[in-house]
Structures are given as structure tokens and as C-alpha cells.
Design a protein around this ligand. Structure first.
Ligand code: KG4
Ligand code: ZN
Length: 338
């Protein structure tokens, strides 16, 4: 019997109906990009209100596309952590209401574990045990994963997430939101060695990251200290492209370096990578080169499952196999879950 999965941790409202063998029967995602674009970042209050408007039509569409009835569902799964409190609340309340109304068991999903599970959905071989790298707008973390549900946190960003840095650099260059795709598109025609941006913490013997210094270095490269009005900035197209390429190279260097070290230290055979920034072409290429030279297998989430979606909620099937259900008084846990 299929399950219904619900995702509303940030600014994507998504639902999917997934068979117990992992087949996706129906899926729907409503993005909020246009609502947040003019603010150059996700505004939590706007995100929560938009989720309220979209959640039921999105669930309804996923169920209709799947051609199932509510009575056909075996469970309802929802991402309850981590994320924006107001956004999470909408998905969790919807899931609880439907679970009660339809008399279905409830399953709670850790959104970061689900980002990594997207890699398992891409291949037929088991990807666990492995090192998992989550790189998204809100998170940059490394895990030692012994199973889809048993993850040891090794380290993560102590300030900005990698995706957040992409979004901030895009905002400085007026490239729109979300910034990752725009920055990497422009970077393609730039020189990655034009600016010597910092690779913070790259040589530290731990698995933490820091991207705020890099963001500040980009800012000082394009405007004077203290200048905040980026809209009046007049930069040549080639300069913008060089800034993007040099910034992207710095982010990729650090992510590849630390991931490689984690694989070597924990002596695992595979690295898996999920989250919005995993869609970045230079990162995918850099990780593949590291995998080829060190000799480990690399599985990156498929492009359509890098950014937030409900299909990666198939991780709920693993919880169901273990009999791990949530109670109907499930609450949201917005803070970073290690
Ligand atoms: O996983 P996601 O949809 O949301 C969070 O859970 O945070 O990730 C969104 C982030 C944004 O910061 C976006 O700029 C970044 O992923 N992103 C990219 C690319 N595509 C999306 N960053 C770099 N290169 C890309 N191609
Ligand atoms: Zn995410």
C-alpha cells in the first residue's frame, strides 16, 4: 500500500504518493520562488502563509495524479525537522489532521536525512554505509551514515550554509533569487583564478565549514567597506563572471576537500551528496575527480531531487520497516538536528 509524504520545511510545498517498493505514483511541488525574489531570500512569514494556501491543493493533486483514494494509503509521513518553524508547522498540522481524519499512522521525517536518502533512490545498489554531505540553502553538514536512519554528525557550517552564500553573492550582483543557479551559470564564462578568495577552515583537522568570510571577501572585492547599496553597482559583465567563478571555485574546493577527508578517515567506500547545492555542476565534477583519484564510489542525488521535494520522503518507508511511528501530538523541531 502506498504512503503519502509531505514536505514544507522551507519555501517549497510538496507532496508525493509513493508505493511500498519505492515507486513514485504521483507528485506535486508548488515553489514560492517568485514570492521571495524581491527580498532576495526566503521571508519566513510569507513562506508560512503561502504554505497554508497551497498545502491542501498540493496534497490533493499528488493523490489525484497517483490515482489512489485516501483509503488506499498505509501511512502519512511529514518532515518535522529541521526548518522554518512556521513552514514546518503547516505540513505537520496538515499531516496530523489527515492522519486523524483518515485513521492512518503518522511518520516523522528528518529533512536532512531525506536529502541524503534521495541518493539511494538514484541507484539500485545499497549506498549505506557511507559518508553523507548535505549542502543546501540552510545546511552544510557531513555525516557518517551506517544506515538511512543511523547518522553520526561529523561537522557542519559554523555560520552560513553554502547555498546561503550562493544566494548572498547573487544578491550582491543583482542576479536574482535563488542565487545558486544564476551564479553558476555566470561562473561558466568567468576565470576561477581571477580572485584569490579564502578557503576557510580547509586545513582545520575537523569537519566544520565557514562561508561567511568568503561572502565578505566577495563583497570587498566588488564594493568598498561599508557600502551597502549594491543596486548602484556598475560592474563589467566579465568582472561579474570572474567573481562568480572564483567564488564557486572556493566553495567547491572546501566541500570536496572535507568530504574526501571524511571518506578517508572513516574508511568507507562511498560518498553520497544531497541538497540544493548538489545540483551545482562544478561541485559534481570536483567530487567525481576526488572519487576517481582516491578510489571511492560517488552517488549524488538526481538533479530533480536535489532541491526540496517530497519524493525523498520515501525514507519514511525505512522508518515504517522499523516500526518507528510518530504520535498524533507530533510537534515541529525547527533547530538543527545533528
Ligand atoms: O535543498 P534546498 O532546496 O533548500 C534547503 O533545504 O535549504 O536548497 C536551496 C539552495 C539555495 O540556496 C540555492 O541557491 C541552492 O540550493 N542551489 C544551488 C544550485 N541550485 C540550487 N547552488 C549552487 N549551484 C546550483 N546549481
Ligand atoms: Zn532542503
Amino acid at each position: 500500500m502506498p504512503i503519502l509524504t509531505i514536505e514544507s520545511t522551507c519555501d517549497e510545498t510538496a507532496a508525493a504518493v509513493i508505493n511500498d517498493d519505492g515507486t513514485v505514483l504521483g507528485e506535486c511541488i508548488a515553489t514560492q520562488e517568485l514570492l521571495h525574489e524581491k527580498f532576495r531570500g526566503v521571508v519566513p512569514e510569507i513562506a508560512a502563509r503561502a504554505h497554508v494556501e497551497r498545502i491542501l491543493p498540493v496534497i490533493d493533486t499528488a493523490i489525484k495524479k497517483a490515482g489512489v483514494k485516501p483509503s488506499d494509503l498505509s501511512a502519512i509521513a511529514v518532515a518535522d525537522r529541521p526548518g522554518l518553524a512556521g513552514s514546518l508547522l503547516v505540513g505537520v498540522v496538515a499531516a496530523k489532521a489527515l492522519a486523524l481524519a483518515w485513521n492512518k499512522p503518522l511518520v516523522a521525517i528528518n529533512h536532512l536525512h531525506a536529502h541524503l536518502y534521495a541518493c539511494q533512490l538514484a541507484v539500485d545498489v545499497p549506498v549505506y554505509p557511507c559518508i553523507g554531505l548535505v549542502v543546501s540553502g540552510g545546511h552544510t553538514s557531513l555525516y557518517h551514515c551506517t544506515s538511512p536512519l543511523d547518522l553520526e554528525y561529523l561537522g557542519g557550517t559554523i555560520d552560513d550554509a553554502a547555498g546561503e552564500a550562493f544566494d548572498k553573492v547573487a544578491a550582491m550582483l543583482s542576479l536574482g533569487f535563488p542565487g545558486g543557479p544564476a551564479v553558476s551559470a555566470l561562473a561558466a564564462s568567468g576565470n576561477p583564478k581571477a580572485y584569490d578568495f579564502p578557503r576557510s577552515m580547509i586545513h582545520k583537522p575537523n569537519f566544520d565549514f565557514s562561508f561567511s568570510g568568503l561572502k565578505t571577501a566577495v563583497r570587498y572585492a566588488i564594493v568598498g567597506p561599508g557600502q551597502t547599496d549594491f543596486s548602484k553597482l556598475k560592474l563589467a559583465d566579465q568582472t561579474k563572471a570572474d567573481v562568480c567563478a572564483s567564488f564557486e571555485a572556493a566553495v567547491v574546493d572546501v566541500l570536496v576537500n572535507k568530504s574526501r577527508k571524511a571518506v578517508q578517515k572513516y574508511d568507507v567506500k562511498r560518498l553520497i551528496v544531497g541538497g540544493g547545492v548538489a545540483a551545482n555542476r562544478k561541485l559534481r565534477d570536483g567530487l567525481q575527480s576526488a572519487a576517481d583519484s582516491v578510489g571511492f564510489d560517488l552517488t549524488i542525488a538526481p538533479m530533480n531531487l536535489c532541491t526540496d521535494n517530497a519524493v525523498m520522503g520515501a525514507i519514511a518507508l525505512e522508518k515504517i520497516k522499523r516500526g518507528e511511528f510518530a504520535s498524533y501530538d507530533l510537534d515541529v523541531t525547527p533547530g538543527l538536528q545533528r
